[in-house]
Design a protein around this ligand. Structure first.
Ligand code: 9Z3
Length: 317
């Protein structure tokens, strides 16, 4: 298929991408995730009478292993709250969600649960039968309704190698959905990594003295995602900075360079209060409703994105 913008990512980038993929250990397909994903997407395709919009949400941080038999790794900050909350609102808005998430990060419908959900959501009645506490019941019901309705599939990753391979598989599998597909790329993705072939096999020994290591840049996959993996999907990436002075400029650069439909700019300290949606025409601030104690910024953000996605689909009918 023709790339959406008629361009190609360029030979240097293609080489960088090829070297990440060739160096990466093959995905452990322990639960046959490609087949589960295909079945899930087939249910929603127009051909199957589904015609539902599907969003792939990436969420949580990727790790960079320092050893092949990994004892230590570099991590990227992300609790997964943003992705989990967005998944709930997209499902409410009628989307099916492919949730590509870091193992151990926040999952959809668990935000309102106590810290030890298994122990604290269950209680024993007088006859020692286990039942779900009322305070947890709503979230449990919503989760099971989403899964039973085939509106949520969860795909876990840990390392940057797993994340990139899985993102490619998901984006390519969503290609037949055309403009009904959306990528909401909230995962915090490592910028630097150690290629598999130059990584120590065994645990690095501290007796050898101070540690020098060289990390190489992870090539940005966003260009190839836009031009080849899923050229018609509505693409939203996130830009995280700690210095507010450079945030909007960096978001604008990412928008143009990777031809995103939107870049959501956020600052680490204020990310739960405000984000700024950057498009080619506008910069739209989106705030949490401070008059409501349990409100979050993801609700108005998802509302705005759903609206823009509808316009994107309708303009190309
Ligand atoms: C984000 O900016 C997310 O909004 C957060 C969400 C990770 C800050 P939490 O998971 O936080 O709710 O705790 N994600 C993207 C970060 C990122 O790696 N962006 C890349 C970059 O800035 C572009 S793909 O270079």
């Amino acid at each position: 298929m023709e790339p959406a913008d008629g361009s190609s990512p360029g030979p240097a980038l293609e080489e960088g991408i090829a070297s990440v993929f060739s160096s990466a250990p093959a995905l452990m397909e322990t639960d046959g995730f490609s087949n589960r994903l295909k079945e899930f997407l087939d249910l929603h395709s127009v051909a199957a009478g589904g015609g539902r919009k599907v969003v792939c949400i990436t969420s949580g941080g990727t790790t960079v292993p320092l050893e092949q038999r990994c004892v230590r790794y570099i991590d990227n900050f992300s609790s997964g709250h943003r992705g989990a909350a967005a998944a709930e609102y997209f499902i409410e808005a009628g989307y099916a969600v492919v949730f590509l998430y870091r193992i151990g990060s926040v999952l959809p419908y668990t935000r309102s649960l106590p810290d030890e959900p298994l122990l604290e959501c269950l209680e024993l009645d007088d006859d020692s039968n286990i039942r779900v506490r009322k305070s947890c019941a709503e979230a449990v019901k919503k989760y099971h309704a989403a899964v039973a309705g085939n509106l949520l599939i969860k795909l876990p990753f840990t390392t940057i190698f797993e994340y990139l391979q899985m993102l490619q598989i998901v984006a390519q599998a969503m290609k037949p959905l055309g403009r009904y597909a959306m990528l909401f790329l909230a995962a915090a993705v490592s910028d630097f990594y150690i290629p598999w072939q130059s990584m120590a096999e065994h645990k690095i020994q501290s007796a050898s003295g101070p540690l020098d290591m060289r990390l190489v840049q992870v090539p940005k996959m966003l260009s190839i995602l836009r031009t080849e993996w899923s050229p018609l999907a509505f693409c939203i990436s996130f830009k995280l900075e700690t210095d507010s002075k450079i945030l909007l400029e960096k978001a604008d650069m990412a928008l143009r360079k990777y031809k995103m439909h939107m870049v959501v700019a956020n600052e680490l300290q204020t990310r739960k209060e405000e984000v700024i949606v950057v498009t080619l025409d506008e910069k739209i601030p989106v705030h949490r409703d401070k008059s409501q104690p349990d409100s979050d910024v993801e609700q108005p953000l998802v509302e705005l994105i759903v609206d823009k996605h509808s316009t994107y689909i309708n303009n190309h009918r």
